[in-house]
Design a protein around this ligand. Structure first.
Ligand code: AN7
Length: 350
């Protein structure tokens, strides 16, 4: 049978109502890429894989949850959806809503959304509104609006988003034959870490696949779960996780505790370093997506996480092409030469 997307593939594991009508772009089934050279770089002695979620249809893991949230809303005849977003959710909501012939409204923090995400939301046909405020302000507003008007909230407060996002945990278990020993991933609004923990527990109950320790990683300038209180003016180069008041914060802390893992923070410098090392190993991700591995590196160096003989999966949540500016800002402009052999040889050989 041709691949049907995450909702149909894992339907029996998803808690969704009868009226759900599948709207899919055949998201999911992303590669679990072995990273032996990067594992050696980090000290070796363990197996490392990247789950490359940037290869979803709109370039991020958000498509897994969005297919289910939109399918539910569409199935009960909803005409419009709304979300607050640091970028990826907006592009995904726009794509799936428009595919179903529904309207998508996305509210984003002015000037803080990476170019590839904003372009995506516009290209897929959303009504995009920028606010003079943060993601957290935008989320507060869309919660109020969806309360008072017939428009469906598709942030991860919507439980169907999490139902869909569980599918990545299922895929990892299906490919490896069991859950990994350690799972590391970035944490922003904390829906994804919550969904992974739900997914691994559910798969373990039915299929005895075991449970991973979960290492959640925030950006240091935007680390409410590490600090233990909301952050009013979060700042980080990893704009995807520039979130000061995570909607699923409590559940994220529970996932870390119950799995005997933890939630830590890494600096922008560490995150960008890991983005570069991933790209040097053939996997270009956006900055936020490198946070999980930046956290793993720090834990290994500090000797605070036992990795010997373990199998580790790092979730890389979004594609590098989402945020081209961050690369362009760091690099020197490529050389320009005349279009002749001699000129080219001169710059190649020097
Ligand atoms: C690439 O798009 O919140 O902890 O509005 O885009 O589930 O929020 C994005 C989050 C990690 C964090 N990596 O996931 C949004 C948004 C990338 C992301 C996260 C996001 P959550």
């Amino acid at each position: 049978m041709a691949y049907p997307g995450v909702l149909e593939r894992y339907r029996s594991y998803l808690d969704i109502p009868e009226h759900t009508k599948t709207v899919t772009l055949l998201e999911g089934d992303t590669p679990l890429i072995p990273m032996p050279r990067l594992a050696e770089e980090l000290g070796g002695g363990f197996e490392l894989f990247v789950k490359y979620e940037g290869l979803n249809p709109t370039g991020s893991f958000k498509d897994r949850g969005m297919t289910v949230a939109i399918s539910e809303a569409y199935g009960r005849g909803a005409k419009a959806v709304i979300c607050a977003s640091t970028g990826n959710t907006s592009a995904s909501a726009a794509a799936y809503a428009n595919r179903a012939g529904m309207k998508a409204v996305v509210i984003i923090p002015e000037g803080k959304v990476a170019a590839g995400k904003l372009a995506g939301a516009i290209a897929y046909g959303a009504q995009v509104v920028q606010i003079r405020g943060s993601f957290d302000d935008a989320l507060t507003l869309v919660m109020k609006i969806s309360d008072q008007h017939p428009i469906v909230l598709v942030n991860s407060l919507n439980p169907y988003r999490l139902e869909g996002q569980k599918s990545s945990a299922f895929e990892i278990c299906d490919v490896l034959g069991a859950a990994p020993d350690i799972l590391c991933l970035p944490v922003g609004n904390a829906g994804n870490i919550t969904a992974y923990w739900m997914g691994f527990r559910q798969y373990n109950e039915r299929n005895k696949t075991g449970l991973p320790q979960i290492l959640g990683v925030q950006a240091a300038g935007s680390a409410p779960l590490v600090l233990g209180h909301p952050v009013d003016n979060p700042e980080t180069v990893a704009t995807a996780i520039r979130i000061g008041k995570p909607a699923r914060g409590e559940q994220a802390l529970e996932a870390a505790e119950e799995s005997k893992g933890k939630i830590i923070a890494r600096s922008d410098e560490d995150i960008l370093y890991m983005q570069q090392r991933l790209a040097a190993n053939g996997v270009w991700v956006e900055p936020a997506s490198a946070a999980g591995l930046a956290g793993l590196k720090a834990e290994i160096e500090a000797g605070t996480l036992d990795v010997q003989g373990k199998r580790i999966v790092a979730i890389c949540t979004g594609h590098g092409m989402k945020d081209p500016d961050i690369i362009v800002k760091q690099m020197t402009t490529p050389e320009v030469v005349d279009a002749n052999l001699q000129a080219l040889e001169e710059v190649l050989i020097k």
